[in-house]
Design a protein around this ligand. Sequence first.
Ligand code: IMP
Length: 464
Amino acid sequence: MNAVIVGAYWGDEGKGKIVDLLAADSDWVVRFNGGDNAGHTIVANGKQVVLHILPAGVIQGKNVAIGPDVFFNPKSFFSDYESVVKAGFRISGKILIDERAHVIMPYHVALDSVSEASGKLGTTKRGIGPVAKDKASRTEDITVYDLASSSFKEKIKAVVAAKANGLVAAKVIEKAPDAEKYAAAVYAEYSPYAEKLKQYAGSSSYALNDALAKGQAILVEGAQATLLDVVHGTRPYVTSSNCTAGGAAANLGIDLRKFRVIAVAKAYPTRVGEGGFPTELGSYEDAKKEKKGEMLTAAEKKKAIDGDLKLLGKWIRQDGWEFGATTGRPRRTGYPDFVALKYSAMVNGVDEWAITKIDILSGKPFRAAVAYEKDGRKTTRFPFQLNGWKPVYGKKEYFWQQMSKSEEMAAVKNGYDALPDGMKDYIRDLVVATRTPVSMVSIGPQREMTVIRDVLKRTRECLR
Ligand code: IMP
């Protein structure tokens, strides 16, 4: 099967686990967007690996490709490579880095760190916005092709000279005449990477289309998610690349009709950084004060169950380990949002959902948004600008008890019917609200803690 995997909400949905699961039956695993602003956590063979740029299939010895719309940071590439090797996995497949991909240079990271605009948006400070600007400029950009060419040194010199005033303003260099010295330092830092990367540079479009022609299976993984898409997301609080499934086709030069679109919908949405979040529990200010591992007392849990939404948000954040894999920032947490998911299903053309981290909601009563309301107006459409829109919750409250180990194992073995009733109720309502079936339900971080049997069949029945 060929599939494109995207995130349904604002990222951190657990795409890494789903990609790792599906990679077993794939020949190629390909990353189509984003950069090292992403962090995909994979738990395999009792080890945890966090990858920022290398596609997750690498740990299963698959061929991997980094597409032309990926913002490529060579430092992160080699640090990912080392973490995979250190964790004891053997890299035995091909690695292909598209020569059209744009390279994140040290000045991109510096500009992202000092820019007031990046601060307002709450970016990851990985240089994503600045490198995307350079890509659009077509004159101040550096591609993997440039990096691998003999004129790399001259290219850096010319680009840095053109940027001299901006670099002075951002205090990267003191005065414009320092540009030449700075360019030489950047070259000295990047030329060892350039040497090592030459062997991987090439065309992913040709490689993937050749693979399709041979009948090989391709798994395409997206970074970030639908609501962070530069066009369809909650602008301006979005990233700088296309995160939706269509972006995979446009940027990799592949025919999307040959791929199933699987969107990973975490059982509850989370968001890092600024921007609207209609179903948010508590506030970003509260979340920012929290530290990883600050567990709730029994009395606090009781309060959360009795309706303290701030504590419920904290409980989900702590149980769900909702702290950034890249930046360590606490993630804002919210009630499930069927309005957002319906939009996501539409703009991606989702064939099926993979629901992740549903176990985190065990023992916690919750509701789901079915519409939004503003100034007496109600809508089931996801608005371009979210400010002022309040969620309208469905009448139902969902609840199930924590599953025991043996119940979990029974669900993994026997499939959909063995899931708790409250959980099935939630899944059914999600399917009906979004007119999209579910194919996988993840009940734990390990690859094997995934309920697959009969899930697609049963959830398709809900749509009849
Ligand atoms: P940038 O991609 O670093 O420019 O950040 C833009 C917005 O996207 C910020 O709100 C980030 O928090 C968010 N963002 C970027 N990458 C991720 C990710 O992998 N998961 C969740 N949010 C992300």
